[in-house]
Ligand binder design. Structure first.
Ligand code: DGL
Length: 247
């Protein structure tokens, strides 16, 4: 199976890693809109317009499915994108919610969603969780983690100060949805900050669970899939980051 993976930039490599490790795909085309990242601070119309342009990009590759790694795009643009594609397009929101519901059955548990400004504003995770009966949800926009991770800051003083800034008034949640591509790279530190108590939901792992359940995906090979990287700016930086992040 040949798939496309779309993200606003390099963050989607965290999802790519899970897709690669699943060994369910023979070929993966990764495209990051690095010229226009971040999407998480943009308005809905712009996010949709850029995302439709990405479908246009993928339409030349004869892919069997497009995975949208970006939470912000998944929150706003999936339906609009589907109008321009002949293959299924799968975002990360539903998989995240499904993964959480598989892990947390008590609807009174305290669930924290951390995401970009745009994803938080959409309230999409909360709406879907409320539909399933979860009563105790809380969203926080923690967009400053994005540039920190892009700077390669995965631990230390600056990250801890940012945790204090965002989480000082947050009581320890039972689960945290990592609602942004970049957050898995600091997930151990986030967990530590909350005394290793919360369960974390990672979009990449969630999407594999989802694809196996909904599309009956199976392991096709023990070998790494063939991966091609494309970017709207600095394609080399994606390849360089992939070397480090995919380890
Ligand atoms: N990929 C985005 C997301 O998952 C984070 C970076 C951005 O703001 O574009 O929401």
């Amino acid at each position: 199976m040949k798939i496309g993976v779309f993200d606003s930039g390099i963050g989607g490599l965290t999802v790519l890693k899970s897709l690669v490790n699943s060994r369910c795909f023979s070929e993966i085309i990764y495209y990051g809109d690095t010229a226009r990242v971040p999407y998480g601070v943009k308005d809905k119309e712009t996010i949709i317009r850029f995302s439709i342009e990405a479908v246009d990009f993928f339409n030349r590759f004869n892919i069997d499915m497009l995975i949208v790694a970006c939470n912000t795009v998944s929150a706003y643009a999936i339906n609009a994108m589907r109008k321009y594609a002949t293959y299924p397009i799968v975002g990360v929101i539903e998989p995240g919610v499904l993964s959480l519901s598989n892990k947390i059955s008590d609807k009174n548990k305290n669930i924290l969603i951390i995401a970009t400004k745009a994803t938080t504003k959409s309230r999409i995770y909360e709406k879907k969780l409320h539909k399933l009966g979860y009563k105790n949800t809380h969203s926080l926009q923690t967009g400053f983690f994005v540039p920190l991770v892009e700077e390669g800051i995965f631990k230390g003083k600056l990250l801890n100060t940012t945790f204090e800034y965002y989480f000082a008034n947050t009581k320890i949640p039972d689960a945290i949805i990592l609602g942004c591509t970049h957050f898995p790279l600091i997930q151990n530190e986030i967990k530590k900050y909350f005394h290793n108590k919360p369960i974390l939901i990672h979009s990449g792992d969630a999407i594999i669970e989802y694809l196996i359940k909904k599309y009956r995906l199976k392991k096709v090979s023990k070998k790494m899939p063939k991966i091609s990287y494309f970017a709207s700016a600095n394609p080399k930086s994606i390849k360089d980051s992939a070397k480090i992040w995919l380890k």
